[in-house]
Design a protein. Structure first.
Length: 168
């Protein structure tokens, strides 16, 4: 890539801590209390008021839902575009940070303080530990959708760990 240029600057009235995109819109985590859905020109489409003990760093926008982690509150939440909570997941979490989704809509969570990667079903009712051996303080996670593999970064930003998900 050559000659990269900034094509648009959007000015916000609050600090942006987290960012996710879907189709032609962006979701921004503002401070600890607002998730804003904006179009690519910066116009507000929806403003969702939430309560979080943490800054809204980690969020995912998919299927008209926003999933976000509250690492200090040890919870993962799912809300619709009106702000209505669809589900909350608090069982056995200890510092949930990074989030991503798989092709089925399940939420994969980097649970830093328990040194585990957990998957939560898209309805928030079931979960299981995907990875725990050899992990130390996983903070960020991403998944290559078509390959069922991904990467985890630790809390110091020093190590990237590649993982594979088996089917079944």
């Amino acid at each position: 890539m050559e000659n990269e240029t900034v094509t648009k600057v959007i000015t916000l009235d609050k600090y942006c801590w987290g960012l996710s995109s879907s189709d032609d819109s962006l979701v921004v985590g503002l401070n600890k209390d607002e998730i804003r859905i904006i179009d690519l020109e910066g116009n507000t489409l929806k403003s969702i008021q939430v309560e979080s003990k943490s800054y809204l760093y980690y969020l995912v926008y998919c299927n008209d839902r926003v999933i976000y982690s509250d690492c200090n509150g040890n919870a993962v939440y799912c809300v619709d575009q009106s702000g209505k909570q669809i589900w909350q997941y608090k069982q056995d979490l200890s510092g949930p940070y990074g989030l991503c989704t798989d092709t089925y809509g399940n939420i994969i969570v980097a649970d830093q303080d328990s040194h585990r990667i957990i998957v939560i079903s898209k309805d928030g009712k079931e979960s299981k530990v995907l990875l725990s051996d050899g992990l130390k303080n996983p903070r960020c996670i991403c998944l290559k959708q078509n390959e069922s593999s991904g990467f985890i970064c630790d809390d110091k930003g020093k190590y990237l760990t590649k993982f594979n998900l088996s089917s079944g």
